[in-house]
Design a protein around this ligand. Structure first.
Ligand code: ADP
Length: 328
């Protein structure tokens, strides 16, 4: 398989954690490719499906009525075996046997590492499209699914605010994002949270307690603290215990969890998903073979895949103060 080969057949897969908007990307890739006379295979369950030869041919109808659906119709998975070179050799052979000229990978930085290895070692042209709710990939300001996850969390926090206010309570609401604080910070600003605890920040209990007491003095009867889950999901329980022990502040914990991964994608995720899918085919037709479609300064661009294979926390930390200033 040579890089300059004409693109007649492509395959695409979704890998790692699923995110709302992946279906928009699948639809866009499929329809753009078919419009260019390119045959399209969807590979089910990410790299695991690639190694197990789980291919389905996609046509314009197979991606109908999915633009509004969360998750991924191709399913996703984690596949540690793909980190081994002999399995990537096997994958290259399977792609070759199917006559696949290029592979499009929708996923996070781990999935991109797999795609990069496939290109570098096995000479398979690859394009990466960032799909993860965490918004934690280097080289792009936006990942598909982030906006929907934020919206879902905002709606949940608004509901919890109702009960917190009615029962005079402090709530610690833990949001997803692993080591990235992107979701926490945006949700914190958008819900008027009294505090936002970032993933790697040492918790300043004194500061939290002072803010709650200050609020109480001016008649505030409830507080919302948004906690980025960080490396250890569930850390809100520890924080709640320390607040009680050190400052006699009682709090309730709500871990939003996987609800943030599901649901109908927002306009942003649908729009960027559609745009990035279309651009991935255009990139392949222009002979790009180791690239990613990213968003920079609100514009979608095609950049080297090596820009995007690291984790990076895009939380706009300069806005941490806003949540606090506005919630006095
Ligand atoms: P994400 O893509 O969301 O970051 P993971 O980090 O779990 O999620 O990666 C998804 C999959 O990508 C892994 O299960 C594995 O199949 C593949 N992968 C991750 N890292 C590598 C690597 N260093 N080399 C090859 N494949 C990798």
């Amino acid at each position: 398989m040579t890089k300059k080969k004409q693109i007649k057949t492509i395959a695409l897969l979704t890998s790692g954690g699923d995110s709302p908007g992946m279906n928009c990307v699948i639809r866009s890739i499929t329809r753009t490719a078919i419009g260019q006379g390119i045959k399209v295979y969807g590979i089910q369950r990410g790299y695991a499906g690639l190694l197990n030869n789980q291919f389905v041919e996609l046509n314009a109808s197979s991606v109908g009525n999915i633009i509004q659906r969360g998750g991924t119709i191709l399913h996703s998975s984690r596949c540690p075996e793909f980190k081994e070179k002999h399995n990537r050799e096997k994958a290259a052979q399977i792609l070759d046997d199917r006559g696949v000229d290029a592979l499009i990978v929708i996923g996070g930085d781990g999935s991109f590492k797999g795609a990069l290895a496939l290109e570098q070692e096995q000479n398979i042209p690859v394009i990466g499209i960032p799909g993860t709710i965490d918004n934690d990939i280097s080289g792009t300001e936006y990942t598909i699914g982030f906006d929907t996850a934020v919206q879902t969390a905002i709606e949940a926090v608004d509901k919890i605010r109702d009960t917190a206010a009615s029962n005079d309570r402090t709530f610690l609401i833990e949001v997803m994002g692993a080591n990235s604080s992107s979701i926490a910070l945006k949700v914190g600003v958008c819900t008027g949270a009294e505090n936002v605890l970032l993933s790697h920040q040492k918790v300043d209990y004194e500061k939290i307690a002072n803010a709650i007491r200050r609020g109480e003095r001016r008649g505030k009867n409830s507080s919302i603290i948004i906690v980025a889950e960080g490396p250890k999901p569930g850390r809100s329980y520890d924080i709640s215990h320390v607040l009680e022990d050190l400052h006699h502040i009682s709090s309730r914990v709500c871990i939003l969890g996987h609800i943030q991964r599901g649901g109908s994608p927002t306009a942003n995720d649908r729009f960027y998903g559609s745009l990035m899918g279309q651009m991935s085919i255009q990139a392949l037709l222009k002979g790009k073979h180791r690239h990613a479609i990213v968003v920079r300064n609100d514009h979608a661009e095609c950049v080297p895949l090596t820009d995007c294979s690291e984790k990076s926390d895009h939380a706009m930390k300069e806005f941490v103060g806003i949540a606090e200033e506005l919630s006095i």
